[in-house]
Design a protein around this ligand. Structure first.
Ligand SMILES: *Cc1c(COP(=O)(O)O)cnc(C)c1O
Length: 387
């Protein structure tokens, strides 16, 4: 026992020395600001991309639809037992309608979706071809699956094409796994080209995680797949409700037969208590309004482009084409100092270090939201420029 405690203490000490030690921040939210250690700062690290989580009028309107009888804070069970409240069917029908897919299935979180779908649909005769930068939840899903996996270089479609050509005869099926907007670089996958690749073969499928794009991209807010006009060409179109939708949970939009299969095979769907119905109703409430947030989406894109241009001019590497705008500093220690300096100036931007990003690419990750004003972005830009 003491050996164990000693060894984990040593490990933590090494993390501290490398400045990679993590601890939970104490913070108070106040609209678009956070108060940390008594200091008030503009929140530049939120996933509330449309600024809906702070919208009191939306919350009030939703609360008016509830009574003590209809406010259900728990489902008390898995959906396969007694947890399948009508709110679920309603949300899934709504998703299938807005995406124009045969069906949709809702999960407790994006983490549940990504760790559950791949293991359910693959076996040892499956090859997963995954982008090098996919989210940790997808990596865990790959690990839990029996499939063989090859990671291709980030967005390197010629390597991917070669891998498909070389391997499609040796496996029952290949699943290409990618995000649409990538979490750490804020850049984007070329979904229409991925669709073309898979259409050359009868045994290649496409899995796309739109966690950062759902709500934010497309005229209806349905994500990059809407923008690139390929919703129905994606076999597993996954997205989450915890970011732009200001709720919790996740979905896959897919064919009915895939939905049926997941309900039968997917362990992170079967063996967990379903989300509280009230939460599912809140998601539906937001989705009803999703197409009306186009101005927010445009504003978000505008301020994001502005920040990226300034960072690029300042000589920072910034691959972003979205509202996730990294400022790659390199060294962990320098990145932390930079983040602390920004925080002193009133900007709550957080450093992202290994293992979340590759060694030597520590960065400040600005995660912009639609309730940040043009003036606030200008202030941030001035403080970056005056350094
Ligand atoms: C946030 C995120 C997830 C996890 O979603 P949760 O609902 O927070 O569990 C999955 N994939 C990507 C790309 C994400 O950014």
């Amino acid at each position: 026992m003491n050996d164990f405690i000693n060894s984990i203490q040593e490990e933590l000490q090494i993390l501290k020395e490398k400045r990679n030690f993590r601890s939970l921040p104490q913070l108070i939210h106040d609209k678009g600001e956070v108060v940390v250690n008594g200091q008030r700062m503009l929140n530049l690290s939120s996933n509330d991309y449309l600024g809906l989580a702070n919208d009191l009028s939306l919350r009030n309107e939703f609360l008016e639809t509830l009574t003590p009888q209809t406010f259900l804070p728990t489902s008390s069970s898995s959906r396969l037992l007694t947890g399948n409240f009508t709110a679920y069917q309603e949300l899934e029908q709504q998703l299938a309608d807005i995406f124009g897919t045969e069906s949709a299935l809702v999960f407790n979180s994006g983490y549940h979706a990504n760790t559950g779908i791949l293991p359910a649909v693959s076996d040892i005769h499956t090859l997963l071809l995954a982008d090098k930068l996919v989210h940790a939840s997808l990596i865990d899903g790959i690990r839990l699956s029996a499939a063989k996996c090859i990671r291709y270089r980030h967005n390197d479609l010629s390597q991917l094409k070669r891998l498909i050509e070389e391997n499609h005869n040796h496996f029952d099926k290949i699943i290409i796994v990618t995000e649409s907007i990538f979490s750490m670089d804020g850049d984007e996958a070329d979904l229409s080209t991925l669709v073309k690749f898979k259409q050359n073969y009868s045994n290649v499928l496409l899995y796309v995680d739109e966690a950062h794009a759902f709500g934010v991209r497309g005229e209806k807010g349905l994500g990059c797949a809407e923008e690139q006009n390929c919703i129905n060409d994606i076999d597993f179109l996954v997205g989450t409700f915890g970011k732009a939708i200001a709720s919790a949970g996740a979905y896959v939009a897919c064919r009915s037969v895939i939905r049926d299969y997941l309900i039968n095979k997917m362990r992170t769907f079967i063996f967990t208590t379903a989300l509280p119905p009230v939460n599912v109703q809140w998601t539906s409430f937001i989705l009803e309004r999703l197409s009306s947030f186009q101005e927010k989406r445009q504003h978000l894109l505008r301020i994001s482009r502005k920040l990226k241009e300034v960072l690029t001019c300042k000589g920072y590497v910034c691959p972003s084409v979205s509202h996730i705008v990294p400022m790659v500093v390199g060294d962990s220690k320098d990145t932390i100092l930079k983040a602390e300096e920004l925080q002193r100036k009133g900007f709550y931007a957080l450093p992202v270090r290994p293992p979340t990003v590759p060694e030597g690419t520590s960065r400040i990750r600005f995660s912009l939201t639609a309730d940040i004003t043009e003036k606030e972005i200008d202030e941030l830009i001035n403080s970056i420029l005056n350094k």
